[in-house]
Design a protein. Sequence first.
Length: 355
Amino acid sequence: MQIAVTSCIYCLQAFRGGNRMSLITRTFLLMMCWMACQSSVLADIYRVTTDVEGRGSQERSAGLARAFNEVLVRASGKAEVVANATVRKANPQSYIETFGYTTSQESGEPLLEVVFNQAQVEGLLGRAGFAVWGINRPSVMMWVGVEDGGRQLVTASDLGDLAIFRYALVRRGVPAVWPLGDLQDEMALPMSRLFGLFRQDAREASARYPSSALLTAKVERYGNRWQLDGFLEHRGDSRTLSLKASEPSEMAALLADWLAEYFSGRYGVSTHASGAGVQAVQVSGMSSFGEYQEVLKLLKSANGVQSVSVAGMSDDVLTVQLGLRASWSQVRANLRLDPRLVPSASDSVFEWRAR
């Protein structure tokens, strides 16, 4: 698995907040660098890094348990997965491909890095009755304004307290695009318009940031409580959201939870769906062997696809048989996340448009 990135990455840097953020928070932000400026992202959800107190067997077991819980939440999009009886009986070590130790350059403390087996984790989720949210995930353009004695925009380069919003989405496996916060952004979406939640202004300001969803929200403090109001737009669907929290870190976590729940509910695939079987698919528009390979790679990686068999090739039209472990409607929704695969009027015909 990998994170698909472009030249507009802003590497996330460790917080300077001392005790306000844990070592794993700072390390994870450095590791992920998740400002991916494209409409969908191949998320590296099966690799987890966690801090440990030492390299002994007890510390390792505790670290593996934490990492296992995190990968299950990321892969399902559901926080409640860790309380499931079937999941609780699972031995984390049975789902590991590799693990090893590194040392934090900042603190010198040990870090445990674990890579989990995707197929085994997905199998456990299926047995536990949870759908699998695939690695190809829509990226969300995030316009989040925070008011606490003054109005601030959460940007791609924030190093202070506001970066908790970026970290929370990374932790839940939600790919996000954050604004630069430069003069162009200030002109396109002034704070007054952002806090007014003007939809058209937010859409126009987002034009420079390729993404497949738009989240616009304002976070305001009322005494010792925090209130978030906003909206999400994604492929013709529009949702409003209103969240309450006692502190900003809780609000960031609630927002990440809300987004993960929404997208996993829309794109999660149940491996026990009754519609599983074989589906013939045609893809046209490839102009080279490399593009042909890219199409096959995309099809094989799609959530809900078990196997891909080439049935024929005529001119630039590729015909394949997809072995499905979910309904075709679920698989098709996930295939459409990649903008290079453009659907036609026919349910199973696509056109390849290389970037």
